[in-house]
Design a binder for this molecule. Sequence first.
Ligand code: SAH
Ligand code: SF4
Length: 370
Amino acid sequence: MRRFSEGRVDMKTELVGMNQTELEDFFQDRGEKRFRGRQVYRWIYLNLERDFASMTDLPLQLRQVLEEKARVTWPEVLEEKVSEDGTRKFLLELQDQKTIEMVLIPQPVDSGLRYTVCVSSQVGCPLRCSFCATGAGGFERNLKVHEIVGQVLLSRWVLARENTGAEPRLTNVVFMGMGEPFLNYDAVLSAIRLLTDSEGINMGQRHITVSTSGEVRGIRRLAEEGLQVVLAVSLHAARDSLRDTLVPLNRRYPLAELQSAVQYYFDKTGRRVTLEYILLNRINTNREDARALVTFTRPLLANVNLIPYNEIGSAGYECPPQEVVTRFRRWLEEAGVNTAIREERGADIDAACGQLKAKREDIWQENDTG
Ligand code: SAH
Ligand code: SF4
């Protein structure tokens, strides 16, 4: 039996993060009927219920035992900011008081609103990309499965609670919050399996995007999982000398290795990979950069997503003017590369990776010294 609450004072077992079989085992190990696991699975993942007392199809006595021995928890909302465009950014607190970020992004569709949630996979990130606020903040720890899935359950709960008129639907999950998902591979994979379980949360595999800064072993492992999730690779430069400085992981896995891992993923899964490319003014936006990107991308039949840089004070990079963005896109398209410009969302609330947390810590530091 796994995930007994390691190191927690009250020694309760966290049930969020367990799949149906694990929950059935949990009950069987305690002399209960296996099907209790199925009931609790539905309460947790379908009914978003955290209170055992409300799990009305369980015997009263069992509910009391669960109250003492187990818990159903999600991260707590510490702060929320809402952007003019409706993007909502949450600062969340975990049980050990560490904080992570989560962003809810609405998309209007014919039948109302559809939401994407951007989830974190680590507290901080050890990879220190030079433009990224999360990287600058350093690394604290990996998230547990229940903390990853808990972000999705919390999002569904927030949306359900506020439901006004047309039902808002949380349809997409992107692993683009804090952290490098492939440095927390097992927990991320367990979370994806829970999110896509047709008897539970039941999200479409194709509606889940895992974004990696180029962790080659993770890309190759994911290729073997038999999943149809979207793989996004944060490229940002297609010349090794430049990528070494922007994404330090490139020194470990240079572009040739990354390219062959992406090729492997495409060959194995038949799924086209998305290459993310943040545009940094006067850094990666000239003709040579575009040529190198075309050379990297074409054999992979990958799609390129150009991302206007969300400026963070300390890094010193700038978002290029619109004409540079348009010109860069034209160079790629003229060479036959399928290119999109990612719509900027939530810039007024610092919705880029790591920014809310960085700001809050600035505020705390100011308070500490003042
Ligand atoms: N560690 C993973 C996933 C989290 S970062 C990765 O690097 O892919 C998610 C995306 O946000 C990445 O493409 C990252 O490069 C991008 N990002 C980080 N800081 C940003 C900023 N200030 N503006 C725009 N995009 C940013
Ligand atoms: Fe980590 Fe991604 Fe930020 Fe790089 S961009 S430091 S990999 S979170």
